[in-house]
Every structure is written in structure tokens, then in C-alpha cells.
Design a binder for this molecule. Structure first.
Ligand code: CO8
Length: 262
């Protein structure tokens, strides 16, 4: 499938997916969501992709939300179907086995903020702005924001953002723990790539196990989470990567991970 609303490239095991409707501040319309779904399938099927970075085309916006020109004429049933569609695509993103970094380079509003929340962590440029402004449209977040934001920053802070629709700058997003790090606009992509390269050099099996274990653990009690960790740890031990990593340490050399189970 040729993409018209996103750019999708892969280099040295790092895939970069760029939302590409800059005239509409990269708003999410149905066509873009279909392309995203396809791209996430391609990432999931391609064993050579080790890390995915999401960003927005242009210097003004990551994603300014769902496309309001489409959304404004929905009846309740169409709205429900569209919310389901967006949630399904964003859930597909969240369950990707590989690490995903959001490089937020401007507005990350509504569905755009919700997309970033489903990534493993967010880097932001100094000019980034976050928010769930749906309440100002007489709506509520519909792409997972009422669920993922409270889990990340706490119910009280999430409610304040959702009830007021207030937009917050990158520095505040950093302070409340929504964003991991903030860079100058020029440095953002290079820093995201730097971290992606650092991650991509690690063992494939242990990376996947680490992501899955953290994500599964967030939805269960501590004892169950610790059991999940034990099982995943044991699985890692069976990998070539674990053999290489421990041997390299003992031989006082840098590990060279190739991935793959024995
Ligand atoms: N949808 C469609 N077009 C958009 C959107 C959007 N979300 N955001 C911006 N645009 C368009 C503008 O209409 C404008 O187009 P044009 O040049 O043709 O007039 C162009 O992008 C540039 O925007 P502005 O001129 O407004 O740029 P400013 O710098 O003045 O303002 C803002 C930038 C503050 C980002 C402003 O555009 C804005 O407030 N946008 C809307 C933000 C918003 O409310 N987002 C939430 C949308 S709702 C949502 O995401 C719900 C998700 C769940 C859906 C559930 C299914 C039903």
C-alpha cells in the first residue's frame, strides 16, 4: 500500500513514521488511521525493525488531534465507530513488541496526545504543546486519553487537563512526568535517534521481554507481576543474547547481540 498521509522509512533497524498532513497540522483523518494501521502491521511483521520513532511533518505539529472537519458531521454511531477505529490503531501501536519513542515536535493535542501516550516514552521539543482539548468541542477524549493519561500522570492531574482542556507547554509536561526529556527543536530528532540506536544495539529477546513485562505488570497486582518477571527472566536466559552478554562481561569485552532464541 502506497502511503499518502504518512511517511515511513527504515534505516539500520530504526523505523521512522512521520504524520504527513502539515496543512491540517497532521490531524488524524480516517485515511491516515488506515495507513497507520497498515504501517504498524508492517513494523510488527518485520523482524529487522528494532525501534520505531513517531514524529510529525513540519515544525509546527506532531498531531493536532482527530480531524475536526470529519468529526463535526458524525452522528453518535459514526462517532462510536470512529472512536473504536482510533482506539484499535492506537492499541496496535501500544502492543508492538519493539520499543516506540514519540518525538513530539509541536502540537500534540487530543488524538495526537493520545497517540503519544501509547508510545513507550515521549521526547519533546521546547516548542511542543500537549493537551486534551476535546471538552472545548463539547466532547471528551475518545482515543484512550481518559484511560492512559491518568495511568501515566495520576488521576488528579489528568482530570484537571481533561476538565479544562488547557494546553500545557513541554516544560510542564516534563514536570508532571508525561514527557521524559525536552530538547531544542533542532536537536529533537537526533536525540531520539541517539536513544533509538542505543536501544537497537541491545538483545532482541531481552528488549521484547522487558517491554512486555513492564506493560503486563501495570495491569496486575504486584505478586502476579513478579511471577511474570520470573517467567520472562527465565526465557531471556535461554537466548543467545544472554549467553553473549554474560560471556562478554566475563571476557571483559563489549557484547555483540544478534538476537534470536537458541
Ligand atoms: N482537525 C482538522 N483541521 C485542523 C485541526 C484538527 N484537529 N487542527 C488544525 N487544523 C487545521 C486548521 O483548520 C487550519 O486549516 P486552514 O489553514 O485550512 O484553516 C490549519 O490546520 C492550521 O491551523 P490554525 O490556523 O488553527 O493554526 P493556529 O496556529 O492558529 O492554531 C491550534 C493551532 C491551536 C492547534 C488550532 O488549530 C486548534 O485548536 N486545533 C484543534 C485542536 C483540537 O481541538 N484537537 C482535538 C480534536 S478532537 C480529538 O482529537 C478527539 C479524538 C477522539 C475522537 C473520537 C472519535 C469521535
Amino acid at each position: 500500500m502506497a502511503f499518502e498521509n504518512i511517511l515511513f522509512t527504515t534505516e539500520d533497524g530504526i523505523a521512522t513514521l512521520t504524520f504527513n498532513r502539515p496543512k491540517a497540522l497532521n490531524a488524524l483523518n480516517a485515511a491516515l488511521l488506515d495507513e497507520l494501521s497498515q504501517a504498524f502491521d508492517e513494523v510488527a511483521e518485520n523482524e529487522d525493525v528494532r525501534v520505531l520513532i513517531l514524529t510529525g511533518a513540519g515544525d509546527k505539529s506532531f498531531v493536532a488531534g482527530a480531524d475536526i472537519t470529519e468529526l463535526a458531521i458524525f452522528g453518535p454511531l459514526q462517532a462510536k465507530a470512529f472512536a473504536h477505529k482510533g482506539q484499535a490503531v492506537i492499541s496496535k501501536l501500544q502492543v508492538l513488541a519493539i520499543p516506540v519513542i514519540a518525538a513530539v515536535n509541536g502540537f500534540a493535542l487530543g488524538g495526537g496526545n493520545e497517540m503519544a501516550l501509547a508510545c513507550d516514552f515521549i521526547y519533546a521539543s521546547e516548542n511542543a504543546t500537549f493537551g486534551l482539548p476535546e471538552i472545548k468541542l463539547g466532547l471528551i477524549p475518545g482515543f484512550g486519553g481518559t484511560q492512559r493519561l491518568p495511568r501515566l500522570i495520576g488521576a488528579n492531574r489528568a482530570k484537571e487537563m481533561i476538565f479544562t482542556g488547557k494546553l500545557i507547554p513541554a516544560a510542564e509536561a516534563l514536570e508532571i512526568g508525561m514527557v521524559n526529556r525536552v530538547f531544542t527543536p533542532d536537536a529533537l530528532m537526533e536525540e531520539a535517534l541517539k536513544t533509538a540506536r542505543l536501544i537497537a544495539a541491545k538483545g532482541k529477546v531481552s528488549l521484547r521481554a522487558a517491554k512486555q513485562t513492564v506493560n503486563c505488570g501495570l495491569n496486575v497486582d504486584l505478586a502476579t507481576g513478579l511471577d511474570i518477571e520470573c517467567e520472562a527472566f527465565a526465557l531471556c536466559m535461554a537466548s543467545e543474547d544472554a549467553k553473549e552478554g554474560t560471556t562478554a562481561f566475563l571476557e571483559k569485552r563489549k557484547a555483540s547481540f544478534k538476537g534470536g532464541l537458541k
